[in-house]
Design a protein around this ligand. Sequence first.
Ligand code: AHR
Length: 488
Amino acid sequence: MTPSAAVYIDPHRGHKAYNRMLFGQFLEHFHRQVYGGIFEPGSPLADADGFRTDVIEALRELRVPVVRWPGGCFVSAYHWLHGVGAGRQPSYDKAWRVNDPNTFGTDEFVAWCRKIGAEPYLCTNAGTGTPEEMSDWVEYCNLPEAGRWAQLRRANGHALPHTVRYWSIGNENYGDWEMGAKTAAEWGRFVAESAKMMKRVDPSIRLLAAALADVDWTLNLLRQAGQYLDMVSIHGYYDPLWQKDEPSDYATCLLRSGQVEDAIRLTEQIIGVAGLEGKLGIAFDEWNLRGWHHPVGNTPAAIAARDRNDINATYTMADALFSASFLNSCLRHASSVQMANMAPVVNTRGPLFVHPNGVVRRTTFHVLALYANLLGSHVGDIFVDSPAFVHGNLSTPALDAVATCDPEQQEWQLALVNRLPDRALHCKVLLAGSPLQGVHRAQVLAGDSPDAYNDIEFPERVTPRSVEFTCSDGMVLLPAHSVTLLKV
Ligand code: AHR
């Protein structure tokens, strides 16, 4: 018997605009994200600046609004000055224990962002770095000509400021794995002093700082530095593959979907306790179902193991549906979550796989493309009635849904995720109490199995299909393991 669910859209309960920076991306100097990913001078597919044009074209399909760079753990010993100007010397990357040629630095990153149409977002070094180094970076990027660092940018061929609006202080400095890790008390003070100096250079920047869904760390941060910040940064990876690359199966992955909203709610509560609700937002500025694979050590074998991130069979409909649920969670919290950055944008666990002769749009690419191009600008109020998807002793709703609309509520776009791996789901849709009737167009991403994926040999095994639903009494049949964007 086909299980059934229902979605009740109530247009009278208002709707709110969400920030498109929820569709943001993250780029780190790790494995083949930069070198051999977006930046490959000498490739026949690269432009005069060395950027892969097939990558630029693909990312423009996602209308990426913002990209965070250069890390991630990499940034906690990164000195931006090593990556600008002539005569750059390689650096030993103490985070990932490889040589970084520094041929891709601030100016290249900003230029690449402009080519894909995204805002650059710079994450500063709060590990070995200083407030002064951070504020000097702001000067290099944003002051027209005052100061030696703005003059250096001009000398490097960039007369106009880069106008970098988004900056964060540090990356995961709470974690022992991070270089320059700090205590909660140290962190609050350090962020306050860094923020003061950065804002003295350019008071218009939007400032974030590394946080997490933990009261001690984040409440201390907010009490000491909240007045200087616009958002707090949290991260989430839900299939821990850092040491052992043994990807969890479809059901195990999807049963973890609820952890996203748990983290958002706790962070919202901490912001509320600090008295900053409505003043301070949340940036989920590293997220992915899959943790990156980089076993400890710097032996050739440990470094070579990172190639396992490139196994495209890893990225199945589990990744697609988890990512859709993740974005739905952020959309449901649109008042607080103002940015999210998939980690990362290319290769490793990203939506786009880049190889010497082209690119492969992984399943998650299509979810991002559907959301970025089809959803309305506002999130509406809906109630979802769904059967459970049970796996072992865990359960999660079979249906995960959001309703979006234009400001005038003339057109609705629903994002409907059927998490059931083996059964279609009857979904009754009611708008202002009336069941949908007639023909409604949709885009459906389902794949031929829960474990379907795209690869070089079959790059379009999983792609969205255009579908017309003929609704009677509001019924829409959602295929098993599918994401449906339904236009109403
Ligand atoms: O596994 C990659 C790392 O995950 C990023 O560099 C860091 O920010 C996060 O811990």
